[in-house]
Each structure stands twice: as C-alpha cells, then as structure tokens.
Write a protein that binds this ligand. Structure first.
Ligand code: SAM
Length: 271
C-alpha cells in the first residue's frame, strides 16, 4: 500500500502551486494575502463541476454550525472552506499529498478560517480519528485512486457517529468500454480503480451503510466540464493539476459522454 500511496502522491504533486495561484490572483487585481472562498472558487474545487457540484452535494445534507465534518482527500481545501464559510460547521480535511495540504493551510489562514478548518496530511485508509467522531464524512473525486474500497468504506463507517452521513461524488465504470487515458486522476490503469455501479452498491451495503440518495450526476458533469473548458479565466484547476489539464479533463468529458464512466453523487447513512 505504501508504494501505491507514493504513486498517488506523485500523481497529484505539481510543486509551486501556491506561487502559480498567487501570480494569477495578482494579475486579476487581488491581494493574495486577502482572499475569501468566493474569490478562490475557480481554482479550489478540484472535481467535476467545481463549486456548483460542491453546492449541490452540500444541499443534500442538513449542515449547521454544530456539525463536525471530515473531508477525505480534501485537496487544497476549497470544499472544506466553502462548507465552514457557508454553514459555520467545523471541517477537518485530510489528504495524502503534502503539496495540496501545504497550499491549503496557507489559503485557509488567508481566508481567516483557521478556527473552523483544519487541514492535515493523512491517508484515507488509516484515518487518525477516534471511532464515532463525525456527523458527516465528505468525499469528492478521491475513490478512483483507492484500490481497497471495502477497507476505505470501513474507515468511513468507523469515524461516523450513528446516524451520521457519508456523502461522496465518484465515478464508476460504464457500459461504453474501457477508460480512455490520460484522465485527471490517472495517466494509465496503474492507479485507476473504478468499479461498476453494482459492485459499488454492494460495497456500501457490506460496509453497513443505508443508501439515502444515489444520483446519476453525469449530465451535470458533462455540461460543467464543457463550460469550464470554454471559460476565459486563468484561475482554474490547471494551476494545481498541471498544464496538461485541458487534455485530461477533455478525456474525462469524453469518457462520460461515451458512457465509459458514470459520475455519481451518493448520500449514505451509518444507521
Ligand atoms: C481530484 S483531487 C480532489 C480534491 C478535493 N476532494 C476536491 O474536490 O477539491 C483528489 C485528491 O485525492 C487525494 N487522495 C487520493 N488518494 C488518497 C488517499 N488514499 N488518502 C487521502 N487522500 C487521497 C489526492 O492527493 C488528491 O488531492
């Protein structure tokens, strides 16, 4: 597992992320030291559909200031800051990739959200939290890099309080054929671990979850990936994912359109 984690970390590391974000913020007339989630939204929601997907996913939950949330694979912390800023909840974010967390910690401080958002390096497979800590476990576009889905879901279940919710946006395989590479999460099959919808549903059930909502979110993702590709803004996930992002995101959209993959928004409950 350690070897696989190293490959995943390398995949998501593009050194100098913060400097690239700062340069674009300055070009746009912002002081990088004085930012807020509304300014950063174009670059910090690192999943299909960006901020709009985060908003739709959050609306499926009843989040309030008392909620304790864990964001697994939080990237540079955009969704965590959005949830804390919008709903007043406390969010712990963990991510395998140091470059993501180091960038996210600076942005969190600059947004003045460090009392509500804590970002730390961590592995989804070994969550460093006691049993039954969280009201909500949140996850967006992470599980495609996780080989042991049963182990992952077991960790999520363990840290949720009874009655707690697990929300996840993730891909499954589709009926349209093999995945075309490169995609945002993988250059080849080595770190691509998509399962079929049936297998995913069985894994959730085996882990003990009740499914509250299982929405096919593919059409929204196709639309928004198209809009993002056409938008003139330079404050985009390219600053985090690298200069080949347009090709890789374009392939995600093509895979979705050809039903090689399906994008799901899932809400489950630990009974
Ligand atoms: C596409 S990014 C999504 C980031 C964030 N969820 C968002 O939507 O803005 C995928 C992230 O998952 C992280 N990741 C992949 N495998 C992980 C694991 N086993 N444990 C923790 N983080 C992981 C990567 O480091 C990367 O930052």
């Amino acid at each position: 597992m350690a070897e696989q984690s190293g490959i995943v970390q390398d995949h998501w590391t593009r050194e100098g992320t913060l400097a690239r974000i700062d340069a674009v913020l300055r070009e746009m007339g912002h002081d990088p030291e004085v930012v807020m989630p509304e300014i950063l939204s174009g670059v910090e929601h690192l999943h299909s559909g960006g901020l709009a997907t985060t908003q739709d996913q959050a609306e499926k939950l009843a989040l309030g200031p008392d909620a304790r949330v864990l964001d697994i694979g939080c990237g540079i912390g955009g969704p965590a800051r959005y949830l804390a800023h919008t709903y007043g909840c406390h969010v712990d974010g963990i991510d395998l990739t140091p470059e993501m967390i180091e960038t996210g910690q600076v942005l969190t401080r600059r947004c003045g959200l460090e009392d509500k958002v804590t970002l730390e390096i961590g592995n989804a497979m070994e969550l460093a939290f006691p049993d039954q800590t969280f009201d909500v476990v949140w996850c967006q576009n992470v599980t495609m890099n996780i080989a042991d889905q049963a182990g992952f879901l077991g960790q999520v279940y363990r840290v949720l309080k009874p009655g707690g919710k697990f929300t996840s946006t993730e891909y499954s395989t589709g009926p349209g054929g093999d995945v075309l590479y490169p995609v945002t999460w993988a250059y080849d099959a080595a770190i691509n671990f998509l399962d079929s919808e049936d297998v995913m549903r069985a894994q959730f059930a085996d882990a003990g979850f009740s499914i509250l909502d299982w929405t096919n979110y593919t059409a929204q993702a196709i639309d928004r990936l198209g809009q993002a590709a056409a938008a003139p803004s330079k404050l985009t996930n390219r600053l985090v994912f690298g200069d080949d992002t347009p090709e890789r995101s374009g392939n995600v959209r093509r895979n979705l359109m050809e039903e090689r993959i399906i994008y799901w928004m899932i809400t489950a409950e630990r009974p």
